[in-house]
Design a protein around this ligand. Structure first.
Ligand code: PLP
Length: 393
């Protein structure tokens, strides 16, 4: 590469793409005609709920939606978000100052550090975890401090192990419950402690709640903002992607502390120009859907979870039943690495699963399965692992 096309350090310092080898093997298997069962990606396999699509069809034809949208989102969209928050979580939000529309929550998560992090500032990041927290921090010139989330702590970071000197330099702590990749929920005591630390050391708590609606056994997780003092210290990110099967539409939002949101908006207004208004109209329809529509979606995942968790446990893995999210985190037998397990699954059974270390070093020893195929295919997957005796059982 000649000098002018040499990438900037902020790009080259990104962690290597650990899924590249799995992707290559996947392509090879596909070209050999292997009947793949893809449990690798976190993208719902069923279409966007139809009232949302119908609403979008009409909205797209309206010329007033063809112009630039406002940066923060239409007031009607922000009101629909606030109404949904009151209905779903019992949390009151001012749509004018406490809600900002996002072009998918990934966008907001990635941009947040640009608004608040200077070189030398620390961002606390759960590990294993969603890669965007670290990428956004790197792009802002900040320093990531990784907080391991371990099985023995219920997949919550041990906040007492973070040195005082690190807390003092911290600008943002990212948290993500229901958690990707583990499917774990956090306790009230954990959230209360994190909020207390944010207040004491003066950092922003940014909670990513992308999976709050994909829950099981009728046990709906709380919003971070429903804890006392939360709005004083932080914001919550949400997404329509997983809740309504809308990953391709790119609609999300951030809610909570108005000063934090105004910083985020300052970055956004310089880099993007808001969400296509027709999609905001369709998103209002989504947020106003009756709960029964989402119950149907939750039942679909519950059936799958209840096939795959006991199935994997019978064939030598130790799978955790997620409290929410459509991921299943499974411990592999000792003596095998995450990458070996994923490669063996792919080559011997045609099952695509993500190696846990791809989400961070503490994910070593685990693989992640996404519940994005039907129950018959999941049974087939378990049967293939059993026949091959892949994990000893
Ligand atoms: C999928 C996902 C998101 C982002 O979703 P968007 O489609 O960008 O709204 C954010 N956080 C986690 C943990 C996710 O898994």
């Amino acid at each position: 590469m000649d000098a002018k096309t040499r990438f900037a350090k902020r790009i080259t310092s990104l962690p290597p793409y650990l899924f590249a080898r799995i992707d290559e093997k996947k392509r090879e298997a596909l070209s050999r005609g292997v009947d793949l069962i893809n449990l690798g990606i976190g993208d719902p396999d069923t279409p966007t709920l139809s009232p949302i699509v119908e609403s979008a069809k009409i909205a797209v034809t309206r010329p007033e939606h063809h112009q630039y949208p406002s940066y923060e989102g239409m007031l009607s969209f922000r009101k629909a978000v606030a109404d949904w928050y009151r209905r779903r979580f019992g949390v009151t939000l001012d749509p004018a100052t406490e809600v900002v529309g996002l072009i998918g929550s990934k966008e907001g998560i990635g941009h947040l550090p640009l608004a608040f992090v200077d070189p030398g500032d620390v961002v606390l990041i759960p590990e294993p975890g969603y890669p965007v927290y670290h990428a956004g921090t790197l792009f802002a010139g900040g320093e990531s401090y990784f907080m391991p989330i371990l099985e023995q702590n219920g997949f919550m970071p041990d906040l007492d192990r973070i040195p005082e000197a690190v807390y003092r330099r911290t600008k943002i702590m990212f948290l993500n419950y229901p958690n990707n990749p583990t499917g774990a929920l956090a306790t009230d005591a954990f959230f209360e402690k994190a909020i207390g630390l944010a207040a004491r050391y003066g950092f922003i708590l940014a909670h990513d709640a992308a999976y709050s609606e994909i829950y099981y056994d009728g046990k709906a997780p709380k919003s971070f903002l429903s804890y006392p003092g939360a709005k004083e210290v932080g914001i919550e990110f949400h997404s329509l992607s997983k809740t309504y099967n809308m990953t391709g539409w790119r609609v999300g939002f951030a809610v909570g502390n108005p000063s934090v949101l105004s910083g985020l908006l300052k970055v956004k207004s310089n880099l993007d120009s808001g969400i296509f208004q027709a999609l905001q109209e369709a998103s209002i329809t989504a947020l106003e859907l009756p709960d029964s529509d989402l119950d149907a979606l939750r039942s679909l995942y519950q059936v799958r979870r209840d096939v795959l968790v006991p199935g994997l446990n019978r064939v030598g893995l130790r799978a955790f039943a997620p409290g929410a999210s459509f991921y299943l985190w499974a411990a592999i037998p000792k003596g095998m690495t995450s990458e070996q397990a994923s490669l063996a699954l792919l080559e011997k059974t045609g099952i695509v699963a993500t190696p846990g270390n791809g989400f961070g070093p503490s994910g070593e020893g685990y693989v992640r399965f996404a519940l994005t195929v039907g129950p018959d295919r999941l049974k087939e997957a378990v049967e293939r692992i059993r026949t091959q005796r892949l994990f000893g059982a």
